[in-house]
Design a protein around this ligand. Structure first.
Ligand code: NDP
Ligand code: 2IT
Length: 449
């Protein structure tokens, strides 16, 4: 089936491997999308002729820069900054900034590549990009984080603009960092350009629901998946990995929908709280004190902290990996299946390894890829841009209703596209094909650029 197109796709993948040596996460993300595209090329020979897929696999621009800064004791540090402006067919480059010691070019490229299709799925006018640094904010004072952000923006500002490239948060970048970055951008450019960053504070151009959007959106997406199978979130046991922005608000919405989130994690280990995670305590520990998760167990008698170990050992109906890439491997997937898990909804970007996804498929576990399930964050960023452009401000209720509608639409589009292309129920194929078709149409219309 589609032998000619499959050969074309294999050739494209070989070229990506050859031209981007060592970038394993980027290879993985490209492979997953390409595996879905043979069926598309079979219907659209113009995309083969015009090398549309090859062009989408090559970033439009990649920026790498030095970020020098001084810590509180006066020691000098040199970090590396990245911004990969991957594709602007649908709008200005849009995607978060990640500050984590593991960040390298391959990781930023995988994230930027995923972002193209995710942003297309939202139906909003945003292209795809991603950036960040190998800076580790853990244990750093506010003053150190501020100096780092100022140095980072002192180079990055020249590449940004509300119509050019609009960063936001990701791992290690939240409201505090966006504030410092915005302040430095404004100072250097002498422009109060609200639309140049999203995830801003509510007092200075931020939008209600952006903080909650990714987690809430993933829960809304899960509810849509369950609905197809005649179920609801009410009464389900849910395990959410991570305890950052996505995890916390994913748990909040699960609880509002009547489910019980019983476990979450950070890089030190995981907690299990059979009574359901106490969000007031979790927010205090994670958002206010920026402490480790064992502090939660110290304060909540019904909770236990497991140092190290795998959170996927905790039996659940719904798993929501919301920490980082490749955190859920084949072994973890087999454990989830054995323990009766029926849904996996990716809050993070590419948290499941290809082997894990294969096991979900074999076990009949319904699976939602991150580029569909976590698109609520960037979609609400686009709503923030819309409010900034019109100097308007929407209520929480209105914004949340828009988010719920967007997540419903994304689910419907993925679901229907999977059926249309001969793989009913396969949301990976549905998301890749639906996202690709929207981008490819625009790329094609713009001529050979
Ligand atoms: P945060 O920095 O707020 O939280 C990240 C959480 O994941 C922390 O609990 C962190 O633990 C854990 N974590 C991160 N890296 C690792 C690692 N290498 N090993 C183990 N645990 C790790 O980030 P977000 O919640 O914003 O992002 C989480 C995921 O969601 C990422 O994949 C991100 O790309 C994705 N995402 C985020 C969106 C957003 O709007 N913020 C939108 C869409 C996707 P610790 O503190 O111990 O490091
Ligand atoms: O991965 C993601 O979609 C994000 N980190 C959010 C990007 C954004 O621009 O809001």
């Amino acid at each position: 089936m589609h032998a000619g197109e499959s050969a074309v796709v294999e050739q494209i993948y070989d070229d990506v491997l050859r031209r981007n040596p060592g970038e394993t996460e980027f290879h993985q993300a490209v492979r997953e999308v390409l595996e879905s595209l043979a069926v598309v090329l079979a219907r659209h020979s113009e995309y083969t002729e015009m090398k549309t897929v090859e062009r989408i696999c090559e970033p439009e621009r990649q920026i790498i820069f030095r970020v020098p800064w001084q810590d509180d004791s006066g020691e000098v540090h040199i970090n590396r900054g990245f911004r990969v402006e991957f594709n602007s067919a649908l709008g200005p480059y849009k995607g978060g900034l990640r500050f984590h010691p593991s960040v390298n070019l391959g990781i930023v490229k995988f994230l930027g590549f995923e972002q193209i299709f995710k942003n297309a799925l939202t139906g909003m006018p945003i292209g795809g990009g991603k950036g960040g640094s190998d800076f580790d904010p853990k244990g750093r004072s506010d003053a150190e984080v501020m100096r780092f952000c100022q140095s980072f923006m002192t180079e990055l500002y020249r590449h940004l603009g509300e119509h050019t490239d609009v960063p936001a948060g990701d791992i290690g970048v939240g409201a505090r960092e966006i504030g410092y970055l915005f302040g430095q951008y404004k100072r250097i450019t002498n422009r109060y350009e609200s639309g140049v960053l999203t995830g801003k504070g509510l007092a200075w151009g931020g939008a209600l629901v952006r903080t909650e959007a990714t987690g809430y959106g993933a829960a809304f997406f899960a509810a849509e998946m369950l609905k197809v199978r005649g179920e609801t979130v009410d009464g389900q046991r849910v395990v959410v990995s991570g305890s950052g922005n996505v995890a916390v608000y994913g748990i909040e919405k699960v609880h509002q929908l009547g489910g019980t989130a019983i476990a979450c994690s950070d890089s030190s280990g995981y907690i299990v709280d059979e009574k359901g995670i106490d969000l007031d305590v979790l927010k205090q520990v994670k958002e206010v004190e920026r402490a480790r998760l064992d502090v939660y167990a110290d304060r909540v008698p019904s909770a236990t902290f497991v140092e190290g170990g795998s959170i996927w050992d905790v039996p659940c109906d719904i798993a929501v990996p919301s920490a980082t890439q490749n955190e859920l491997d084949g072994e973890a997937a087999a454990t989830l299946a054995r323990n009766g898990c029926r849904y996996v909804v990716e809050g993070a970007n590419m948290p499941s390894t290809p082997e894990a996804v294969r096991i979900f498929r074999e076990a009949g576990i319904a699976f939602a890829p991150g580029k569909a399930a976590n698109a609520g964050g960037v979609a609400t960023s686009a709503l923030e841009m819309q409010q900034n452009a019109s100097r308007d401000r929407w209520t929480f209720e209105h914004s949340e209703a828009r988010l719920a509608e967007i997540m419903r639409d994304i689910h419907t589009r993925c679901h229907q596209t999977a059926e249309e292309y001969g793989s009913p129920g396969d949301l990976v194929l549905g998301a890749n094909v639906a996202g690709f078709l929207r981008v490819a149409e625009a790329v094609h219309a713009h001529g050979l650029i």
